[in-house]
Structures are given as structure tokens and as C-alpha cells.
Design a protein around this ligand. Structure first.
Ligand code: CTP
Ligand code: CA
Length: 225
């Protein structure tokens, strides 16, 4: 991709990236989570830092190394991710985290012992980090979300774009070869608030990250109609 050789500068741009899963405690040794590896978010953080942006990466529990020049804030839960994200002043937000939508409502402070019967857990809704940022959005800020969908991808992703007041949403279709969780490559469709639809073909996540930054940081008049 040409932007890997001659990337446009993001010097002075403050970027917030959320990445990875969150973990919601059931008891001191057990949690609810998902299989996000954080790779896509880390790739976006790395690509933005390489272009000179001031990048804060709010990361759930992942095993990845911090990209060079990136300020990293580690969190575990959705509540912690919300607090960390709200503390960052950003011009561009890329929310790649797979935030758990629910958390055990009454986590046990002691390890649960098993009984004879089934266990019923009541779950509470966690805060929506990206929607909270959308509610606080200010002029000139660009908000980008991700949507991993298994069906009716465009419609679900567009609904999220509206609901969370985003500029762009990157749609991932789970089940497609070479896309989604745990793969080295990805394929995205970027849907814009102005009705834009930009396909980013299957490529290593570093190239996808560069292409995503190209699209979401282009001046509005550069964007495809
Ligand atoms: N997101 C977030 N906080 C949450 C849930 C989601 O910041 N509690 C962000 C994700 O990082 C992603 C976008 O919102 O950028 C869409 O996430 P997704 O899980 O696809 O959407 P939901 O609104 O949670 O809807 P659902 O899971 O029901 O499809
Ligand atoms: Ca969700």
C-alpha cells in the first residue's frame, strides 16, 4: 500500500485507541470475556504513532507488546475502560476494543464453590465506552467504531454509527475467510456518516490499519461520495 511508504503526517494529532477484550469478574479467579486478541487496535495505534500522532492506547488484557512511541493504559473491566477513555483528550478516536456488554451483577469476593444444581448468574449491562464518547463529542473530533457482525452487516453497522454518533464504522464480517478475531489478516468495509462506503481488501492488519487511517483522516472533500 502506498501509504506505508509515504504516509501522510499526523503530527500533533491526538489519537485515542481502545483495544482488546475486557474481563468482568464472576469471583476472584473467574471472569466473563471474549476472544479478542487486540491485534487490530494495536496495529492502528502503531500506524498512527508512526505518522507522528500522540497516541494513547487503552488496552484490555492482551499479550501484545506496546508499539513504539505509544502511551499505554492497561485496564481490565468495561468500567475501567470508560474511566480511562474519558480521561483522554483526543482529536481522533478509534474504538477497536471488544468490550463485554454484560458483567456479573453481584461478583463474589470469595471463590464460588460448586453445588449439586445449576448456577444462575445475573448480568448487568456495562457502560458503552464509545457511545459515552459520542455523547461528549466536540467539533473537529473524529470518532471511529468497529462492528463485528455475523448477518445484515451494513444495516447493523449503520445503526451503530447513528446510535453512537460516529463519523465512521469499520464493518468486519465474522465467518469470512481472513477476517475477524485471531487472524493475521483482515478485511473491512468502512461506512461513513455521509453515506460513504469504502472497501479495504484483505491484507495484513498493519496495512489495514494504514488504509483505515488514510480514509478517516482524509479531508472531507477527499472522501469518496
Ligand atoms: N463499544 C464500546 N463499549 C461497549 C460496547 C461497544 O466502546 N460497551 C464499541 C466497540 O469498541 C466498537 C463499537 O462500540 O467500536 C461497536 O461494538 P459492538 O459490540 O459491535 O456493538 P454493540 O453496541 O455492543 O452492539 P451488539 O454487541 O449488540 O451488536
Ligand atoms: Ca457488543
Amino acid at each position: 500500500h502506498p501509504s506505508i511508504l509515504h504516509p501522510p503526517s499526523l503530527s500533533g494529532v491526538r489519537v485515542l485507541v481502545t483495544a482488546g477484550p475486557t474481563r468482568e469478574a464472576i469471583d476472584p479467579v473467574r471472569f466473563l470475556s471474549n476472544s479478542s486478541t487486540g491485534t487490530m487496535g494495536f496495529a492502528v495505534a502503531e500506524a498512527a504513532a508512526r505518522r507522528g500522532a500522540r497516541v494513547t492506547l487503552v488496552a484490555g488484557p492482551v499479550t501484545l507488546a506496546t508499539p513504539p512511541g505509544v502511551e499505554r493504559v492497561d485496564v481490565e473491566t468495561a468500567d475501567e475502560m470508560l474511566a480511562a477513555a474519558l480521561a483522554v483528550e483526543a482529536d481522533l478516536v478509534v474504538a477497536a476494543a471488544a468490550v463485554s456488554d454484560y458483567a456479573p451483577a453481584e461478583p463474589s469476593d470469595q471463590k464460588l464453590k460448586k453445588g449439586e444444581g445449576d448456577l444462575v448468574l445475573r448480568l448487568r449491562r456495562t457502560p458503552d465506552v464509545l457511545a459515552a464518547l459520542g455523547e461528549r463529542r466536540r467539533d473537529g473530533q473524529t470518532l471511529v467504531g468497529f462492528a463485528l457482525e455475523t448477518h445484515d452487516g451494513d444495516a447493523h453497522a449503520r445503526a451503530k454509527l447513528e446510535r453512537k454518533r460516529l463519523d465512521w464504522i469499520a464493518l468486519n464480517v465474522q465467518g469470512e475467510p481472513g477476517a475477524g478475531f485471531g487472524t493475521g489478516t483482515n478485511r473491512l468495509t468502512l461506512l461513513g456518516r455521509g453515506g460513504q462506503r469504502v472497501e479495504i481488501a484483505t491484507a495484513p492488519k498493519a496495512e489495514i490499519a494504514a488504509a483505515l487511517l488514510d480514509v478517516v483522516t482524509a479531508a472531507p472533500h477527499d472522501a469518496a461520495p
